[in-house]
Design a protein. Sequence first.
Length: 419
Amino acid sequence: MSRPLSPRLPLSTPALAADNPPVAVSLPLGRAAFALALLLGLQPIATDVYLPALPQLTKALAAPMALSQLTMSALILAFGIAQLAWGPVADRFGRRPVLLAGLALFALCGFGSALAPRVEVLIGWRALQGVALASAVVCARAMVRDLYEPVNGARVMSLAMSGLAVIAIGGPTLGGAVAAAFGWRGTLVLVGLAGLAALAYVGWQLPETVRRRNPAATHAGPLARNWSAMLRHPVFRAWTLLIACTYGGLFTILAASPFVYIEVLGLSSAAYGLTLAWGGGVYLISTFVGRRWIHRHGMAGAVTRGAAFTLAGGALALVATRVESGALWWLLAAHGLYSFGHGMHQPCGQAGAVGPFPQAAGAASALAGFVLAIVAFAIGLALGAALDGTVRPLAYGIAFWAAATAAVAWTLVRRHVAQ
């Protein structure tokens, strides 16, 4: 039996000041969803576009597997840690200045990565790009809370995720084609160009969305108290654990699949890009279904139903380890089912985690994002040692995170979030 949404815990906020009046903010729904899709889409662009070129990059730079995996894991770790800084800064100074600075740095790092002469230099550029990427994702999630209450925010986030799915479909396919034509460096130039496009859009079209800047947001004492209140909040914990688990499975697919599909199962870079596009296509369908389910069943109802698809995907992944032929098709089916569930979990979880904290949406977004990034970094390190020339590391990873996601959805989310 679900309980009503837990009451908001008091957060440390400054006294209202005459020189810091609240600002009425409005943004047309379509424009808001497009901006969110563009900003959140930089994360799969930073990872998915160059994935088809990852085995090629590994050979060209004579990099051991562990260092090759670090080109992604370092980005994710830096992304997670930097969110802890960008979130309070965005609450203090507003979303727009943080976005402009971060997107400029993101584009620069894309071009710097493309020129890297050694894998160690590439890892450095990618880590710095993770710092820049954090600003875009933190501000995007916080903007949802700036503009909407949690349930409406989940619907808008789901709409934005439809746009994100289009990026997820096109990114790997384009990346595979660019890798085939221009090599791995071309894929990283493409990432830099995407950053420039996002910077131009924000500078031209996106207004400030924060309603009242918080002068104390970056002060150590209030910030520590806010994070402590968030970590104690059962709704924050439920949603954050859900999105961390579902992202764990997705990141396993992203980090392990290039080597499994290309080197173990023999696909070309272009064909591998199509496998990621398949997952993105299913994810796109899921976001449409998800909006309907959120309307009919609420956020908790949507994710508990989505968890059944997630768990089914994990089961099919295990089948792939037991068949002598046809493992590719079992993995693709597992990927599709997992992506369908992911399309339910991410919009609801991202909107739900920041929902109880309208005065500190940036800090809440940052803390949730940090948890996701730590999970992903740990997965990247583990896969660097676990990839063994079989499908098992990928399949077992999907199965584990599918079970964890379903467990969180069917226990913590159902217990602490109103239907």
